[in-house]
Design a protein around this ligand. Structure first.
Ligand SMILES: [Zn+2]
Length: 379
């Protein structure tokens, strides 16, 4: 009896910890301009006011017109306020004083176009350049990522909900990605592109209305939300691309991708190059049957995984093809590849998801169409 009680207690404690960890992330630390060495940067409050604090314990209120310039000086920061030197410090925190605040940040050396972000900022010096961290509310970060990655494709709010939920899944699964460097995620494609705050009404509405929602598999684990541009009409098993079976990343029929912007493609390759490629892979191209198979390869009746044992994934990489979903025909001295879809084809087709949302499907129906056996839950 005691044993059962102990096990139940352990299960409860474990689940409680897992749950509270995921749901208690109110702020995240995102490194800005992470792919550049920034020596000098300008900060201007755009909305609301900010406090400038240093490790020396001082606190100065900045108004909306204050121009703050921070320069790296051999491991120290030189702070200028409205072109006058204010002081030197090792660490600067810019904390918002109101409920909603955002700022403009512009690297001056090197010169990079200014960006706008919400909430706080922390600047230190590391390896002779500025180490700039946006300390941002999780929901504001998610909205910013959705706008950075998908704005321009549609104005459909449900699609932005789908994107926000996928983005939240990624964040939850990767909170420790840069833990050793003192932040959660970077602003580049290495993590998720985060180049702006969200200021488009449809994006913010989509992000905030799906607040706290994540996608879990049948075991309750937060899933990896892989996506691509267009599936060509049928998505791909994760196993066929990466060799690892993932129960929710399995092939589904996808009529919603048909006719999308990246639905079709063509490519011509010299006949000699095509055949020699397979000869170098060990095939006897002098054998008429093998040659025929290489010149008449077809996926008309559905996606395949290889051409005579050579994986389509490898062929796609070697010939720089938009997808693995193509047919081959001889075309004079060349072969003509007629293809469908764009990207690896695993998980969600972005163009298909947009089409579903525009046709009136609910955002969770879109998610359940592309990821098998999953559920959207609110944390
Ligand atoms: Zn990163």
């Amino acid at each position: 009896m005691k044993k059962i009680f102990l096990i139940l207690t352990l299960i409860f404690v474990f689940n409680f910890n897992a749950f509270s960890q995921a749901s208690s992330v109110e702020n995240v630390r995102i490194r800005l301009f992470s792919d550049k060495n920034i020596e000098q940067v300008m900060f201007i409050p755009s909305f609301g006011s900010y406090f400038l604090e240093t490790e020396q314990g001082d606190k100065l209120k900045l108004s909306k017109t204050t121009k703050l310039i921070v320069k790296d000086l051999d491991g120290q920061l030189e702070i200028k306020i409205n072109d006058t030197i204010y002081k030197k410090a090792k660490k600067i925190n810019l904390t918002p004083s109101g409920l909603k605040s955002f700022f403009q940040i512009k690297p001056l050396n090197p010169q990079i176009t200014e960006r706008r972000y919400e909430d706080g900022l922390e600047i230190t010096s590391k390896n002779k350049s500025l180490f700039i961290i946006n300390v941002v509310k999780t929901d504001n970060y998610i909205a910013g990522v959705v706008q950075s990655e998908t704005w321009g494709a549609t104005t459909n709010i449900d699609f932005f909900k789908v994107q926000a939920i996928c983005c939240r899944n990624y964040l939850m699964n990767n909170l420790e990605k840069h833990a050793g460097e003192g932040y959660n995620l970077c602003d580049g494609v290495h993590c998720q592109a985060y180049k702006t705050r969200a200021n488009k009404k449809e994006v913010t509405e989509g992000a905030y209305k799906s607040k706290g929602e994540v996608i879990v598999d049948s075991q309750g684990n937060i899933i990896e939300t892989l996506f691509h541009s267009n599936s060509g009409g049928e998505t791909v098993n994760a196993k066929d691309v990466w060799g690892k079976d993932v129960p929710y990343l399995v092939s589904v029929e996808d009529s919603f991708s048909v006719g999308g912007k990246h639905y079709q493609w063509e490519k011509y390759i010299k006949l000699k190059d095509w055949l020699n490629y397979f000869r170098n892979k060990g095939l006897n191209i002098k054998d008429k049957e093998i040659e025929d198979a290489l010149l008449t390869f077809s996926q008309e009746s559905g996606r395949k995984t290889d051409i005579m044992g050579i994986s389509l994934k490898t062929i796609r990489e070697d010939f720089d093809l938009k997808s693995t979903y193509f047919n081959v025909q001889k075309w004079g001295g060349e072969v003509k590849l007629t293809g469908k879809g764009y990207g690896h084809g695993v998980g969600m087709s972005q163009e298909g998801a947009i089409k579903m949302c525009e046709e009136g499907y609910e955002y969770w129906e879109v998610i359940e169409h592309y990821f098998k056996g999953v559920k959207v839950i609110k944390q």
